[in-house]
Design a protein around this ligand. Structure first.
Ligand code: NAI
Length: 248
């Protein structure tokens, strides 16, 4: 299938993890892929190589999604290099988990900047391009805990809930311009983000998941392909949970 042929995608935080699998899935569907991460390191270069090996135009950019100026710069560079931006995936995100009584102001602020402000930064920069093109698909990586909340993750859950409010607002604001905006709410997905959790915590999560396993980044990527493609041409303002029924 070539569901994304002739489309240009920009994905943040995609040198590894879920973002990388989305980039690869998009390339397999024929999309040209620009992606960002904090540094141009071996990990980024390896991802870039894997994308190029799929026969599509692809390039990794060092850019900090929490910086407004840096986001404007990278969107300009991508638009110049690739000629357009049809799909924006706001994927970059981090955790700084702690109980509220132990949470510092710094850990609150950084989570808001990296997880939530980044979504504003990139969407703000891309909207002009998508409006001129008369279309686009914006996909924001939320989380099931943005819907349900989670003890020890008040900062992270608040940032992911904020993403949902932003996603729905943009769907209403830009719908008349043929720009769709949706969020994905993954459950427990096996990546470096979850690898840093203690084994007993991971086992505890897995027991609570009706499908009795963590998800794979590739399983999130399949939903990101659907939302980016014309298969989802009338799907906007939605939050799609990819969680093995953990949160339903
Ligand atoms: P990961 O830690 O494997 O990858 C995240 C990537 O984002 C890294 O390459 C990192 O360098 C990059 N990044 C961090 N800060 C950045 C910034 N300021 N600018 C640009 N890039 C930055 O994480 P994973 O698991 O792939 O997560 C991807 C997204 O999915 C995140 O938004 C996360 O919150 C979300 N998510 C993950 C879940 C999971 O269980 N792994 C569950 C629900 C949501």
């Amino acid at each position: 299938m070539n569901l994304l042929e002739n489309k240009v995608a920009l994905i943040t935080g995609a040198s590894k993890g879920i973002g990388k699998q989305i980039a690869l899935a998009y390339a397999k569907e024929g999309a040209m892929v620009a992606f960002t991460d904090l540094n141009r390191d071996d990990v980024m270069e390896e991802t870039e190589k894997e994308l190029l090996a799929l026969g599509v135009k692809a390039k990794g950019y060092a850019s900090n999604a929490s910086s407004f100026e840096d986001s404007e710069r990278v969107v300009d560079e991508v638009a110049k290099e690739f000629g357009r931006i049809d799909i924006l995936v706001n994927n970059a995100g981090i955790t700084k988990d702690n109980l509220l009584m132990r949470m510092s102001e710094k850990d609150w602020d950084i989570i808001m900047a990296v997880n939530l402000k980044s979504v504003f930064n990139l969407t703000h920069a891309c909207q002009k391009i998508m409006i001129k093109q008369h279309g686009g698909s914006i996909i924001n990586m939320s989380s099931v805990v943005g819907v349900s909340g989670n003890a020890g993750q008040s900062n992270y859950s608040a940032s992911k809930a904020g993403i949902i409010g932003f996603t729905k607002s943009i769907a209403k604001e830009l719908g008349s311009r043929n720009i769709r905006s949706n969020a994905i709410a993954p459950g427990f997905i096996i990546t470096d983000m979850t690898a840093k959790l203690p084994e007993d915590v991971v086992k505890g999560w897995e027991k609570q998941i009706p499908m009795r396993r963590g998800g794979k980044p590739e399983e999130v990527a399949k939903v990101a392909v659907f939302l980016a493609s014309d298969l989802a041409s009338y799907v906007s303002g939605q939050v799609i949970h990819v969680c093995g029924a953990m949160n339903c």
